[in-house]
Design a binder for this molecule. Structure first.
Ligand code: ADP
Ligand code: MG
Length: 263
C-alpha cells in the first residue's frame, strides 16, 4: 500500500514545491512507483516536473469536484519517471466549489483509495495556506513532511502548524502523523541558522531529518528548464541532498512497515 505524504507548511517560499518535485524524482530514480499531486493553483510542481500546466486536459479540480477517477487525470512523464496530477488556475475554483460538496474534506482521500496500492509513494504539494485544498491533503495523507527554513520566526510558525495539524487530525484524520521536518535552503555559515537548527533538534528530536537541503542555485534554476535538479545538474549539492532525503524517507517507511507487522 502506497504511503501518502503531504508536503505542507502554511508559509510560502519554504521549499515545499522544490521538495515535492525533487523527492518524487529521486524516489522514481530508485525505481519506486511515485504519484505527485499538485494541489497548488500556481501549478509550480506541475511545471517543475516538465508538464505544461496550460496544456492539461484534467487537473486536481476534476478529481475534487467532478469525481473523475485518478487514473483518468494522472499523466505519466517518462522524462521524470513518475505520474502527475497537475494543477493550474482552475484549481482555485475547486476550493470554492468544494464548499457546496458533501463530505468535502475527504474528497481526495476517497479518490486515492482505489489507486493507493499501485504506488509506493504518493506526494502531495500543498498550497501555502490552510484552505480546503490543504485540508483535503491532510485528510488523505498518512503523514506530513514539513519543509522549513532555519530562521528567526521558524519555530513559532512550526508550533502553530503543529497545533493546526493536531486539531485537523482529530476531526478528519486521527492517524495522521508528522513524517519529518526538513531543513531547507540551509547555509551552514549562518550562525542563526545553526542556532535554530539546534533548537529544532532539541525540540523535535528524531523527527528532524538528518539530511539537510543546502541553499543551492541549481535547485532554483532547474524549474525554468522544467526538470527536477537531478536531470539538470546531477552532481550539484542540491541533487545529492534530495537523493539522500529519498533514502531516509524510504528507510523510515520500511521501519514503520516492520513495526506495524510486529505489533
Ligand atoms: P514553496 O513551495 O514552499 O512556496 P518553493 O519550493 O517554491 O517554496 O521555493 C521558493 C523559492 O526558493 C523558489 O524560487 C525555489 O526555486 C527556491 N528554492 C527552494 N529551495 C531552494 C534551495 N535549497 N536552494 C536555493 N533555492 C531554493
Ligand atoms: Mg509551492
Amino acid at each position: 500500500m502506497g504511503r501518502v505524504i503531504a508536503i505542507a507548511n502554511q508559509k510560502g517560499g519554504v521549499g515545499k514545491t522544490t521538495t515535492a518535485v525533487n523527492l518524487a524524482a529521486s524516489m522514481a530514480a530508485t525505481r519506486r512507483k511515485v504519484l505527485l499531486i499538485d494541489l497548488d493553483p500556481q501549478g509550480n510542481a506541475t511545471m517543475g516536473s516538465g508538464i505544461d500546466k496550460y496544456d492539461l486536459e484534467y487537473t486536481a479540480y476534476h478529481i475534487l469536484v467532478d469525481d473523475k477517477p485518478v487514473q483518468d487525470v494522472a499523466v505519466h512523464s517518462e522524462d521524470v519517471k513518475f505520474d502527475i496530477i497537475g494543477a493550474n488556475a482552475d484549481v482555485t475554483a475547486a476550493e470554492i466549489k468544494l464548499m457546496e460538496v458533501f463530505a468535502r474534506e475527504t474528497k481526495l482521500r476517497r479518490a486515492l483509495e482505489p489507486v493507493r496500492d499501485q504506488y509506493d509513494f504518493i506526494f502531495i504539494d500543498c498550497p501555502p495556506s490552510l484552505n480546503l485544498l490543504t485540508v483535503n491533503a491532510m485528510a488523505a495523507a498518512d503523514a506530513i513532511l514539513v519543509p522549513m527554513q532555519c530562521e528567526y520566526y521558524a519555530l513559532e510558525g512550526l508550533t502553530a502548524l503543529m497545533d493546526t495539524i493536531e486539531q485537523l487530525a482529530s476531526v478528519v484524520n486521527p492517524n495522521l502523523v508528522i513524517e519529518g521536518i526538513l531543513r531547507t535552503m540551509y547555509d551552514p555559515r549562518n550562525r542563526l541558522a545553526n542556532d535554530v537548527s539546534e533548537q529544532l533538534k532539541n525540540h523535535f528530536g528524531s523527527k528532524v531529518y538528518r539530511t539537510v537541503i543546502p541553499r543551492n542555485v541549481r535547485l532554483a534554476e532547474a524549474p525554468s528548464f522544467g526538470a527536477p535538479v537531478m536531470y539538470y545538474d546531477k552532481s550539484s549539492t542540491g541533487s545529492k541532498a534530495y537523493l539522500a532525503l529519498a533514502g531516509e524517507v524510504i528507510r523510515r517507511a520500511e521501519q514503520e512497515n516492520q513495526a506495524a507487522q510486529t505489533s
